[in-house]
Write a protein of this length. Structure first.
Length: 118
C-alpha cells in the first residue's frame, strides 16, 4: 500500500502558526475521508482532525478548540492542517491516514515533527 508523506513541521514559538501538508502518489486519497493524528514522546497516538472527500465536513478533537483547520485539495492529492495559537503541548509527530470515523485505516506513512518551544 502506498504511504503518505507529511511535511511542514518545524520548531515554532508558543503562539505561532504552522501549515502541515500530507500527500501520496496516485489515487491513494481518492474518495476517502482523511485524518490527521499526532504522537508525542511516550504518549499514545491521538486523533486530531478529519475531513471527508468533498471537503465540506470536518471534525476535530476537543483539544483543538478552534485553533486548527483541516482542508484538502483533491486535484493535488493533498490534505492540509493549519495550526494556529500553538502550545508546547502540541509538540508531536503529525501524520495523515485514511480514516473511518476517527479510526485510522491502513498503514502509517512518514510523519512530520512539530516542536513548540521558546
Amino acid at each position: 500500500q502506498v504511504q503518505s508523506v507529511a511535511s511542514g513541521g518545524r520548531l515554532v514559538q508558543p503562539g505561532g502558526s504552522l501549515r502541515l501538508s500530507c500527500t501520496a502518489p496516485g489515487r491513494t486519497f481518492i474518495y476517502k475521508t482523511m485524518g490527521w493524528f499526532r504522537q508525542a514522546p511516550a504518549k499514545e497516538r491521538e486523533f486530531v482532525a478529519a475531513i471527508n472527500y468533498s471537503g465540506d465536513l470536518a471534525n476535530y478533537a476537543g483539544f483543538v478548540k478552534g485553533r486548527f483547520t483541516i482542508s484538502r485539495d483533491n486535484a493535488k492529492n493533498t490534505v492540509y492542517l493549519q495550526m494556529n495559537s500553538l502550545y508546547a503541548e502540541d509538540t508531536a509527530v503529525y501524520s495523515c491516514v485514511p480514516v473511518l470515523g476517527r479510526t485510522p485505516q491502513g498503514s502509517w506513512g512518514q510523519g512530520t515533527q512539530v516542536t513548540v518551544s521558546s
